[in-house]
Design a protein around this ligand. Structure first.
Ligand code: GLN
Length: 344
């Protein structure tokens, strides 16, 4: 077991700054232009009503921690947040119980298996392992405070609204369509119950979880929600302190490990920032201390990640200098370091 001491240890951060406003604006526009004619991937249809989404939609937004927001394309189009909600409900549960309890009850490791895997539960003695896929997310939702499922749902809705900086509402049609067909999620919840891993009625929790997935957001909302996690928990637009810096750090670590399902390693290798995707085509990608990108485009790859969203975020990660693992001695002090190294 790996643990990290925080008491008595100096707390510093390791991030830099975004380029200026004009450059972020023009690169956001370019990212959209580069990929708007890309038509790869297919719209999710296992939730029947999602099959009707317009595959041509494509929105991008970048929210800076300064509160500036850049928008392009269908950035104001609403869609259901789906699995992107897992990141923010996780943060709310971490806010309530803290690092250790959530690590112990839910787990923090990638399962390496698809988001709706039953096998991942069986392989780990019923321990859900990963809060960013359905089993772990259902277990996380069950940990939400609230005396009744209705109260839990309201705390989720208001909590995610605080991240977005506006009141979010649920799409009743998507919720009903998913509730009529989500036998697999109900089975996952029952399986967790059978292992003693769910402190709640399984069907009631699946109901709350399905509601959280049906909250309506825009790409701009995702950018602001993500920028709140990038900003030590303070919403850069409203100024509200939604969660603590510690919760942001824990949530972003989770997203880095597991936010893009079984493709999370590849995502980190190529793009280098924590992100979370959902089957309606949303992705939020977060650059700690700098800001976040919200993307929406309904065509998905086989893991359930938006194709255009991924490509646009990959472009912006490079162009805006977001990759957490990138360093360059030349960039550090205007080229002199590398020049001196060559001389000596
Ligand atoms: N509501 C969806 C489900 O539970 C969310 C899945 C997703 O976005 N990957 O199946």
């Amino acid at each position: 077991m790996i643990t990290s001491e925080s008491a008595g240890v100096p707390q510093r951060v390791s991030t830099g700054r975004l380029p200026g406003w004009d450059e972020v604006e023009s690169l956001t526009v370019t990212a959209h232009e580069r990929y708007r004619d890309l038509h790869d991937g297919t719209v999710a249809d296992y939730i029947p009503v999602l099959a009707g989404a317009d595959p041509g939609l494509f929105g991008l937004a970048v929210s800076e921690v300064s509160g500036a927001v850049h928008r392009v394309g269908d950035s104001a189009h609403t869609f259901t947040v789906q699995s992107v909600s897992k990141a923010f409900v996780y943060a709310l549960v971490c806010r309530e119980y803290g690092h250790e309890v959530v690590k112990d009850r839910v787990g923090v490791n990638n399962t390496g298996l698809p988001f709706n895997s039953v096998m991942a539960i069986e392989l780990n003695d019923g321990h859900p392992m990963n809060p960013m896929v359905n089993a772990g997310a259902i277990a996380t939702t069950a940990l939400m405070p609230g005396a009744t499922p209705a109260e839990q749902w309201e705390l989720i809705r208001t909590g995610l609204s605080a991240f977005a900086g506006r009141q979010l509402t649920m799409d009743g049609t998507v919720y009903a369509s998913e509730m009529a067909t989500n036998h697999r999620n109900k089975a996952i919840a029952r399986l967790l119950e059978s292992y003693g891993r769910l402190d709640a009625d399984p069907l009631e929790i699946v109901d709350v979880y399905t509601r959280q997935c049906a909250l309506l957001v825009t790409a701009e909302d995702l950018a602001v929600m993500g920028a709140t996690l990038a900003d030590g928990g303070a919403n850069p637009v409203t100024g509200e302190q939604v969660v603590s810096p510690d919760v942001c750090r824990d949530t972003l670590a989770m997203l880095a490990a597991s936010g893009m399902y079984e493709r999370s390693g590849e995502w980190l290798f190529e793009i280098g920032i924590p992100a979370k995707s959902g089957v309606a085509g949303g992705i939020v990608a977060i650059a700690p201390g700098k800001g976040a990108i919200g993307a929406f485009s309904p065509r998905l790859n086989s893991a359930g990640n938006s194709v255009r969203g991924q490509r646009a975020i990959a472009y912006l990660s490079r162009a805006l200098g977001l990759n957490l693992f990138a360093s360059d001695a030349d960039a550090r002090i205007g080229g002199t370091v590398a020049a001196e190294r060559t001389r000596s």
